[in-house]
Design a protein around this ligand. Sequence first.
Ligand code: SF4
Length: 186
Amino acid sequence: SKGFVGLQDLDNLAKNSFPLCMRHLFFNLRHEHHLKFGGRQQLGLFLKGIGLKLEDALNFWRSEFTVKMTTEKFDKEYGYSIRHNFGKEGKRVDYTPYSCMKIITSTPGVGDHHGCPYRHFSQENLRSVLEDQQLSSRTVDAVMEKVRNRHYQLACATTFEAIHGCPSDGINHPNQYFEQSRRALQ
Ligand code: SF4
């Protein structure tokens, strides 16, 4: 059964157990105090999927966004869609987190940070992100080779295996990456 994730755990979890797509969004939000719609959806539903509860989700997004805007503006313009993703507004659908396929086939525009880094980053940018994760140059080369062959999820699995030092069951969902990581790091 899935435990709840508290706000105080998020930065460590992001550093150790988020796949690149979610790390990128998370730390961008931390630095810029803003994310555009596609990023809010991709990260917000993922966070719901790892067990962040609605109240904590609202506090998390509010604490970042209100660095640059009033609480009133945040609650009016952004609070609704967060509650909506938790099935508390509109049609009251409990929305599910995005799969890798959905993320890989998305089309981020200028200023967007959503998408899959293996698919959407330039080669130089991806390489430097991988090197920041302390991956050996041999591993980085193996990942880049898979990316060139358009095997983005295999590239992600190779990264997972190098970071965790154990095999993965394959990666087809960011939340599954997260669950596998938590198990591996236990
Ligand atoms: Fe995220 Fe999936 Fe891309 Fe990995 S392969 S970075 S989990 S979208």
